[in-house]
Design a protein around this ligand. Structure first.
Ligand code: ADP
Length: 490
């Protein structure tokens, strides 16, 4: 059994805060590393210790392996929780951590290697009879690759072997476009991921993204915690997630969850992981990838199962046997998560920066967040501010709670997607669970901000004029307030 008395969190933002919460509950000391850009963050305030790290950019500081290993040595941390992103899926890092005698809270380096390359993961699936969509890789040379891609037929999706975050994918609707799309995707893949390898996969029209949370220990036990529906996406990235999926029945649930457990077993998986599938409108599903780390959307699974996934990760990393069996896992009610982004949805989802002048979560929701009121939101990191998570007895109630959660979350100083999320949740097709990954594109006209009426415009202009007058009043125009109001106007 590995001793875990102090965990270093090699991450930032809401996931670092989330991990600290469980560490506190378990009586384990916490350390965070932080770049100067995060000095005012909740994670730095809440962790027992905080170690400043440096780098040419804030992100570079968090992915610098030496920074993290040195911080462990300095603080005597005996384990590392990587969260998601940064070093979480870096097999080389995991090997280094192990060599240092530190426990990595995650799977083995070999599994990360296997699942980190999509072509390798696809070959693994073929060898083990796991379902994958018809696809072909570029290993056979350009001409044969194009010929075989033609045989699959359009629409096709050209994907990067080392891809992630929905980047570097190209849809091909006509055979004549294949060659250009491959060249484009491969150049882009080299630039973004340092690996030009691509493959072509049948593009499924109006599919659903369904993923299954699995937990595996070092003693051969693998269970699943049900599925998550993640079909509401923009640019292949999730925006709204729910559990359980409202689009599958009990039989399909059983099949997809058992397939995920089979995949985890054959991959010799350890710790918490997620098997992602793409599902045809008919219900046929294919393996997309396995994420060998905790997911952004894990709270909805926690809500319906009552299992603290971070706690399970730590217990497994210690070498404990899973205390839960499959029959212990009961799905209760319905949970929805919406991702609150600092972005302007009407301006092609452009990131928005500024200071969080007012930042108050809605009452009655789980608000997974890493920002303090007053903190700056910069372009240094991903624009996600927080996750609003709700749980109710029924989907209908959960939708209502999620709408309220968006409505009552107050943010001033940066533009957020809260109104957009509300329109998604209130859309009749969403309420009817007629969802697929093209939902946002399909209904974009209804999802964008409505034009203001003449009357609304006048009310807003009057309010703006009045508040401006107040701020100009020398009695209340304290210098600090003036400094703050500047960024409000951004
Ligand atoms: P990434 O690792 O970049 O996130 P994934 O393989 O997980 O890439 O896919 C991300 C999203 O891209 C999916 O959720 C889905 O919306 C879309 N996608 C991927 N493969 C297909 C496919 N074969 N057909 C249709 N959509 C797909």
């Amino acid at each position: 059994m590995a001793q875990i008395d102090k965990v270093l969190i090699a991450n930032r933002g809401e996931i670092a805060v989330r991990i600290i919460r469980t560490l506190k509950q378990m009586g384990i000391a916490s350390v965070v590393v932080y770049h100067a850009a995060d000095t005012d963050s909740i994670a730095v305030q809440q962790a027992d210790e905080a170690v400043e790290i440096f780098g040419p950019t804030p992100v570079a500081a968090y992915i610098d392996q030496d920074n993290i290993i040195n911080a462990c040595r300095q603080t005597g941390a005996d384990a590392i929780h990587p969260g998601f992103g940064f070093v979480s899926e870096n097999a080389e890092f995991v090997r280094r951590v192990k060599a240092e005698g530190i426990t990595f809270i995650g799977p083995e380096a070999e599994t990360i290697d296997l699942m980190g390359n999509k072509v390798g993961a696809r070959t693994f699936c073929i060898e083990n009879n796991h379902p994958i969509a018809p696809s072909v890789t570029d290993e056979c040379g350009m001409e044969l690759f194009i010929e075989r891609a033609n045989e699959i037929g359009t629409p096709l999706l050209i994907k990067a072997a080392a891809g992630g975050g929905g980047k570097g994918m190209h849809i091909v609707r006509d055979n004549s476009e294949i060659r250009t799309a491959i060249k484009l995707a491969s150049t882009e893949a080299l630039r973004s991921f340092g690996n030009s390898q691509v493959y072509a996969e049948r593009y499924i029209d109006t599919p659903r993204h369904i993923e299954v949370q699995v937990l595996a220990d070092h003693h051969g036990n693998v269970i699943h915690l049900g599925e998550r529906e993640c079909s509401i996406q923009r640019r292949f990235q999730k925006v709204v997630e729910e559990a359980p999926s409202p689009t599958i029945d009990a039989d399909l649930r059983k099949r997809i969850c058992n397939t995920a457990v089979d995949i985890a077993k054959t991959a010799n998986y350890r710790n918490a992981g997620t098997v992602e599938f793409i599902m045809e409108p008919s219900g046929e599903f294919y393996f997309l990838e396995m994420n060998t780390r905790i997911q952004v959307e894990h709270p909805i699974t926690e809500a319906i199962t009552g299992v603290d996934i971070v706690e399970q990760q730590i217990r497994v990393a210690r070498g404990e046997k899973l205390s839960l069996t499959q029959s212990d896992i009961k799905l209760n009610g319905h949970s929805i998560e919406v991702r609150l982004y600092a972005e302007d949805t009407d301006n092609d989802f452009a990131p928005s920066t500024g200071s969080l002048l007012v930042y108050r979560p809605a009452p009655g929701v789980r608000f997974d967040n890493g920002f303090n009121e007053g903190q700056a939101v910069t372009s240094a990191f991903d624009p996600m501010l927080a996750k609003i998570v709700v749980h109710a007895d029924s989907r209908e109630e959960a939708i209502k709670k999620a709408v309220k959660g968006c409505e009552q979350t107050l943010v001033m100083g940066v533009t957020t997607n809260a109104d957009f999320l509300e329109r998604v949740l209130n859309h009749p097709a969403f309420i009817d669970a007629k969802i697929h990954t093209g939902f946002i594109d399909k209904y974009k006209d209804a999802l964008m901000s409505p034009e203001l009426t003449e009357n609304e415009l006048q009310v807003l202009l009057t309010a703006a004029a009045l508040s401006n007058r107040a701020f100009n009043d020398p009695e209340i125009a304290a210098p600090e307030l003036h400094a703050n109001i500047g960024s409000w106007r951004n």
